[in-house]
Design a protein around this ligand. Structure first.
Ligand code: SAM
Length: 269
């Protein structure tokens, strides 16, 4: 069993890992992430305390499935490409998507998180781990900028300060000839509601960067365009959740301010 001692932003990936593990146990699993289930069985930690109820675990899987779909679409159109999976946590996307031999895939997260990944998940060809915060510029120099890039980052932007996030996206656009950036974001109102976000509170993490629409994002660099902005509440699959969560989704679909609180963006350049 692996002992862990995470706090703050890195600890939030325990909640998403647990959500995917619980979903994998369900007969109508969304994501079928059996590697997440194996991982939690090898970690010496009480996952029932991460702030996600078993009945709501599929929310995490529904979101991840959407990012898997956008990742597969990009790789279908760009079989020779670089993938930067930022703030990867213990997510097993590289194994789920199983990219072809001409893809170089980098998972990036804080050193402690990457160390745990190295212990629990296997190596594979074309796959590298970068143990670094995404905010200092140095780590990107390890990645050659000669191919189209897909940056996929799920549950990360809100942990960055606005200036850090904007600078990160700007730096990536400058580094590559073309690509897509796919990520989720909370609106500023969503950030203000962090006190009711159980996994964030349990982890003792703080959310900072609220994004109120695609205009804010495309203003980061003249080459950026937004092709999709999808409310997290508009995704499919919520019918399998407990009644209180289904009611929340129903209300969010009716109320524009709630619908905009959690959005999944796809930008290209
Ligand atoms: C909510 S978890 C999401 C993990 C994973 N993407 C998933 O969906 O399961 C947030 C992740 O972002 C990572 N993170 C937060 N700030 C970061 C930073 N500045 N640099 C690298 N990783 C960061 C945390 O360590 C954590 O793994």
């Amino acid at each position: 069993m692996e002992k862990i001692d995470f706090t703050g932003a890195p600890a939030t990936m325990l909640a998403t890992l647990y959500g995917k593990a619980v979903d994998a146990q369900s007969p109508d699993s969304v994501l079928h992430d059996t590697m997440a289930l194996d991982a939690i069985n090898k970690i010496d930690f009480d996952f029932t305390k991460v702030g996600i109820k078993r009945g709501d675990a599929a929310t995490v899987a529904i979101r991840s499935l959407h990012f898997d779909m956008w990742t597969r679409e990009f790789l279908r159109d760009h079989p020779e490409a670089i993938v930067l999976h930022l703030g990867c946590g213990m997510d097993t996307r590289v194994y789920r998507v199983d990219p072809g031999p001409s893809v170089r895939w980098f998972d990036v997260d804080y050193p402690d998180v990457i160390e745990l990944r190295r212990k629990l998940f296997p190596e594979r060809d074309g796959y590298e781990l970068i143990a670094s915060s995404v905010t200092p510029p140095g780590w990107l120099e390890q990645v050659s900028g000669d191919l189209p890039v897909l940056v996929v980052t799920e549950g990360l932007t809100m942990y960055l300060r606005q200036g850090e996030g904007r600078e990160l996206l700007r730096r990536i656009v400058e580094h590559f000839p073309s690509g897509q950036l796919v990520f989720d974001a909370f609106s500023t109102r969503g950030i203000k509601m962090q006190k009711v976000n159980k996994p964030v509170q349990v982890a003792k993490a703080t959310l900072y960067w609220g994004i109120d629409g695609a205009d804010e994002l495309v203003s980061i660099h003249p080459r950026l365009r937004c092709t999709d902005a999808v409310s997290a509440f508009d995704l499919q699959g919520y019918e399998r959740l407990r009644a209180p969560y289904r009611a929340l989704v129903w209300a969010a679909r009716k109320l524009p301010v709630m619908r905009r609180m959690a959005v999944m963006y796809r930008l290209e350049f």
